[in-house]
Design a protein around this ligand. Structure first.
Ligand code: TXA
Ligand code: MG
Length: 346
């Protein structure tokens, strides 16, 4: 099939909505990453998402709605915490896990009795959802296992010929996926750090449990609450190694090991320290929002067939830095070196 490139102007939004209504696949811009959308209430359409991405069937999808009032159409219970979170953070990069109503097909939820719901902060996409008259089920619009897509060009790279259309809304502002909070247990639980920092959630909720999936590696056969967390993620072809410690210690460590086929992914402030190694900066350490916005594009740029190993610098701290760290750790399969602890070799 030919993949149409649509704009965010009125007529194109109607075309996008028509395609969704007809059971097609349309990639949609959001503030986090591009989503690979289909009618979330149509099991056949949703099935096509899994095929296009090569996504395992047991990995549930997020339902995107255009207004918080739609929560009641798809969720059996909407606790007060969900209302509070929606008022504070929607439209925005927050996904809530809630008990699902039987209006939502099992293909969308991968058979779980819960559903992830999010109202994205992108007016064009909310308008498509409204015009389509159905919630849009959408995972990130990348080939399964690869870095998420933050431009329409990334989407075409992975999905051209496999989907009906992509709506070009420009580069995504946040650049990493939404924060996921599970509200089905006694205490809210963070399943994935994202555009909204854990501290902000905790401040509003009073208490927040951080799931194991966020902090450490989960074995492939483990029972996990966010089924997607156990799969390989954000992985470029090259092996990623996170190098922690001061800029100077990291530069010493990397310089002493740098070989042909290696690449450096660093902060803009560090470009001079890595001069001669052809470093790629993904954003400023002093501006964590620039790091989240630039991470996936940089990982994709380094996926050029010549890079075998990436030495990556990773931010410390909370807020969106926690999400950047989480994505980098996953792309590195948790391989991390503390350069301060290593004697430099000659
Ligand atoms: O920012 C985002 O959330 C983007 C944009 C497109 O909205 N979407 C996104 O979707 O990142 P995806 O499918 O790539 O990641 C969704 C994650 C997966 O790890 C999935 O397992 C988890 O959410 N998830 C979905 N429904 C769930 C549920 N009912 N319970 C637990 N985890 C769920
Ligand atoms: Mg994804």
């Amino acid at each position: 099939m030919t993949t149409q490139l649509l704009s965010t102007t009125g007529y194109d939004l109607e075309r996008a909505a028509e395609l969704i209504k007809k059971g097609g696949l349309v990639a949609i811009p959001t503030e986090t990453v591009y989503g690979l959308g289909a009618n979330g209430l149509d099991p056949e359409a949703v099935g096509k998402i899994f095929l296009a991405k090569g996504r395992p069937q047991d990995n549930p999808l997020i339902l995107h709605i255009h207004d918080a009032s739609q929560l009641y159409d798809f969720c059996r219970e909407v606790p007060q915490t969900a209302v509070l979170l929606a008022e504070r953070f929607w439209p925005g990069p927050l996904t809530m896990i809630l008990p699902v109503r039987d209006t939502v097909p099992k293909t969308t939820t991968a058979g779980l009795d819960t559903v992830g719901v999010r109202c994205p902060d992108n007016a064009a996409t909310r308008e498509i959802i409204r015009l389509a008259g159905v919630p849009i089920a959408a995972p990130s619009a990348n080939t399964s296992g690869k870095p998420s897509t933050t431009t329409a060009a990334h989407v075409l790279h992975d999905m051209e010929g496999k989907i009906d259309a992509v709506v070009d809304g420009g580069p995504c502002r946040v650049g990493v996926e939404s924060t996921i909070v599970d509200l089905t247990g006694p205490v809210p639980r963070l399943l994935r750090p994202g555009g909204i920092g854990p501290e902000e959630l905790e401040r509003l909720l009073g208490a927040l449990v951080i799931d194991r999936a966020v902090t450490g590696e989960i074995r492939a056969d483990a029972v996990v609450r966010a089924p997607g967390m156990k799969y390989k993620h954000y992985a470029p072809e090259a092996e990623v190694l996170i190098v922690e410690g001061s800029s100077e210690a990291a530069a010493r460590y990397i310089r002493s090991r740098f070989a042909p086929g290696d690449a450096v992914l660093c902060f803009t402030e560090e470009l001079d320290l890595f001069a001669g190694l052809n470093p790629t900066a993904y954003g400023c350490a002093l501006d964590p929002g620039s790091l989240s916005a630039g991470l996936f594009a940089a990982l994709r740029a380094l996926d050029n067939g010549t890079v075998q190993r990436i030495f990556a610098r990773c931010p410390t701290g909370g807020g969106v830095s926690a999400a950047v760290r989480n994505r980098l750790q996953k792309s590195a399969a948790y391989r991390t070196i503390d350069a301060e602890q290593v004697k430099s070799e000659k």
